[in-house]
Design a protein around this ligand. Sequence first.
Ligand SMILES: *Cc1c(COP(=O)(O)O)cnc(C)c1O
Length: 400
Amino acid sequence: MTTTQNLSSQETIALFDQYVIPNYKRYPVSLVRGEGSVVWDAEGRQFLDLFPGWGCNILGYSHPGLVAAIKEQVETLIHVPNTWYTEQQGLFAEAICSRSFGKAFFCNSGAEAIEGAIKLARLHTPPEKYKVITFYKGFHGRTFGAVTATAQPKYHEGIGPLVPGFKYAPHGDLQAVADLIDHETCAILIEPVQGEGGVNIPPDGFLQGLRDLADEHGLVLIFDEIQTGCGRLGTWFGYQHFGVQPDVMTLAKGLAGGVACGAFVCKDEIAPSLRPGMHASTFGGNSLAMAAGLATFQAIEEEGLLSHIAEMSQWFETSFSQLARELPIIKDVRVLGMMVGVELTIPATPVVAKAMEKGLLLNVTQDTTIRLLPAYNLPMEQAQQAVGIIAEILKELASA
Ligand SMILES: *Cc1c(COP(=O)(O)O)cnc(C)c1O
């Protein structure tokens, strides 16, 4: 049996045109294989990918340890329901919680993790409390609860009514949050660093201020660590970089190195609020995803990737800051761990196509910010190559 026909990009695109709902803007390229931070299309063209798997492929493509663990698991058990115990789920929960806190629930995606965390916060607080405070430019996913939590009007157009009980505050404005809290508020939900919103690092003391407000008013503080978790900021979880402990955190994206997997983690004393029967996920915690997650965490540990991230982070910061001094079209450089945002004074969207022509894949968010979420094992030479290409493009744009 084979599921591969070696179609050309054009042939694959024709299938999509006929059979796939056209809700994504796709580049006209069919990708067929990857290795490390390099990926190839059906015509054999090679790209250096600094946004691999939209931030999910944290070990890059085809990491040998991850591939071996997945192969081994596939040959024994792919999935059994949560009416049974499996070693893989226990071990992966241990891998996560021993590096953070509390207890884990597994699902399959970021949005699902957010939905579960919101349910848990409502269940854990008294019945009159249901309101959740979130932040403008935040991003939490596309299901109804998650998209309502996402305070960006462009994602709400035409799909209302949204879920009741969400209030939005400007990012970084502690007083605005305090003003929104009333006796019906149950939770504050925030990304430690806003990702899709443009790599927005909170002002000093902001997350601690939220912790204090949550404590004062009996609120559940939820950190959406779907992008900042699992090493991205150079610490196992983003909250550890800021030294502020949430009550609940959500994980997905890189959690299993590119295999679909989500989770939320809550403090031990909160866990019993998710009473048996109140929440579930059929695929959540399946053996395949758990084995992939375990192998991903092992690779981060054994390959010393957290310290590599710290080095690379410093290098990206220095390189782009230097470039910003040469090029006034760079308005701001925001780097934390392997999360890189370079904001321009002009639209950054043309950079994506120009970079692709030069064999580099990257992302632009919020129209003006170039965003990189490199694999944690990105070698220095490839980082240099990528920044060289970006510099070339920005010089062209600046002189145009
Ligand atoms: C990607 C992302 C999500 C949504 O995850 P999905 O797996 O696409 O549902 C939620 N929150 C943050 C911070 C994200 O980056």
